[in-house]
Write a protein that binds this ligand. Structure first.
Ligand code: NAD
Ligand code: GLY
Length: 374
């Protein structure tokens, strides 16, 4: 099946295409060669789970088209997105038998962890190599792979080390989601709902009408879902690459969501579950400020539930008491790296498909919204 969607990310001097399709990994060599404009040397960075399934195919396709292709694998998991793994991967790249040069291309093959770490390696090896992102999770397809944020977690917090380094191309094959563990899909679905809320209310109709096909990983439907979401992310990033304005809208649901994730302790609930709860809470704050109508809140709750995402704490299999404590969540929020001088900035819905930033949300409003979660 051919590429079904081509989305242009329009950035002065750094524009690129995002290609979406089904089974397009088989054509990866040609797409990479046509993007880089030469049959050059390629280094694939992947993790142990993705590498075990796809490294041989990808190496074969890239070797056929480019000649020289090495694969560097690191252990799968968020806990490896750190300086130690970065140092190890970098040392291995710099020690390759055929040395890399500035024309060598880094291909990141994997989820958001691989894209962030592989992208940061590309940003810093030899002061910057071209980089092609081949995401393999729904979260990476619709969010992490588009926009050029690369980086690592530090001991002091998540994603505190990093660089903006835009890819030269992003190649998304919806068919690879078939092997993704079912729990991982929800992380991407929460971001899809977020995109609908902030920019495209009709996307929520599509999600609602196709919920069964989406959750059962029907590749054509996923390709359509991914294409529509990438178009939204691309438009936001093209308008505000460095997050000085509207890119912050992408944080909708993430303020309380991150606080819930942190208060619970990483690993106890997924990022998508935390963002789903954060979106519901943000909707309740908006409703309490008369920004939107309760019917809009109910619609979003219904869609999240159809996607098996939680809309209240009782939907989680185990939620430690800290996450239900509004004061604890408020404390965590003021330490968030996106809080400016301790002032928590909220992205709130103002109409179906549009949001605005507010820095005057009161502790009472936050506490009331968390209380609604149960
Ligand atoms: P992940 O990369 O850890 O992938 C999730 C799991 O799925 C891993 O175990 C991985 O090995 C496995 N996996 C991936 N693709 C697979 C496939 N097709 N088949 C089988 N297994 C597969 O997690 P993620 O949710 O993709 O990404 C989360 C990361 O993304 C976080 O570190 C987050 O900070 C980052 N992120 C970055 C941005 C950005 O703009 N750069 C945006 C959002 C999130
Ligand atoms: N995931 C938020 C951003 O890319 O800005």
């Amino acid at each position: 099946m051919p590429i079904t969607h081509e989305i242009f990310v329009d950035l002065p001097g750094r524009s690129y295409n995002v290609s979406v399709g089904v089974d397009i990994l088989t054509d990866l060599g040609r797409i990479v060669a046509s993007t880089t404009g030469s049959a050059g040397r390629v280094v694939v960075i992947t993790d142990s789970n993705v590498g075990a399934i796809y490294a041989d195919t990808v190496r074969g396709r890239l070797s056929d088209a480019s000649g020289l292709c090495d694969v560097i694998e690191f252990p799968a998991g968020e806990e490896y997105k750190n300086l130690a793994t970065y140092g190890d991967v970098m040392d291995r790249i710099l020690a390759l038998e055929t040395p890399i040069d500035r024309r060598s291309v880094v291909v990141a093959l994997g989820g958001g962890v691989v894209g962030d770490l592989g992208g940061f390696v590309a940003a810093t090896a030899l002061r910057g190599l071209p980089f092609i992102n081949v995401p393999t999770t729904l979260l990476a397809d619709v969010d992490a792979a588009v926009g050029g944020k690369t980086g690592l977690n530090a001991q002091a917090g998540k994603n505190l080390i990093g660089a903006f380094h835009q890819p030269s191309a992003v190649i998304i094959d919806a068919a690879v989601l078939e092997t993704l563990p079912a729990d991982e899909l929800g992380n991407g679905l929460a971001e899809c709902v977020k995109h609908g809320v902030i920019r495209d209310w009709a996307l929520l109709d599509f999600i609602e009408d196709n919920a069964a096909k989406i959750t059962s990983c029907q590749a054509d439907t996923l390709a359509e879902l991914i294409g529509r979401n990438v178009a939204i992310k691309a438009a936001v990033v093209s308008a505000d690459e460095r997050e000085s304005g509207e890119r912050a809208h992408l944080n909708f649901g993430h303020t309380i969501g991150h606080a819930i994730e942190t208060a619970a302790g990483y690993g106890l609930l997924s990022h998508g579950q935390a963002v789903a709860l954060g979106m519901v809470a943000a909707f309740h704050i908006a409703e309490s400020r008369s920004l939107i109508d309760s019917s809009v809140v109910e619609r979003v709750r219904k869609i999240l539930a159809e996607l098996s995402l939680p809309v209240q704490f009782d939907d989680l299999p185990n939620s430690p008491s800290d996450v239900r404590d509004p004061k604890c969540l408020r404390r965590v929020m003021s330490h968030d790296k996106k809080a400016l001088g301790g002032v928590v900035r909220f992205v709130l819905p103002t109409a179906p498909g549009s949001v605005a930033i507010f820095d005057d949300v009161t502790d009472d409003q936050i506490e009331a919204a968390v209380a609604v979660l149960g």
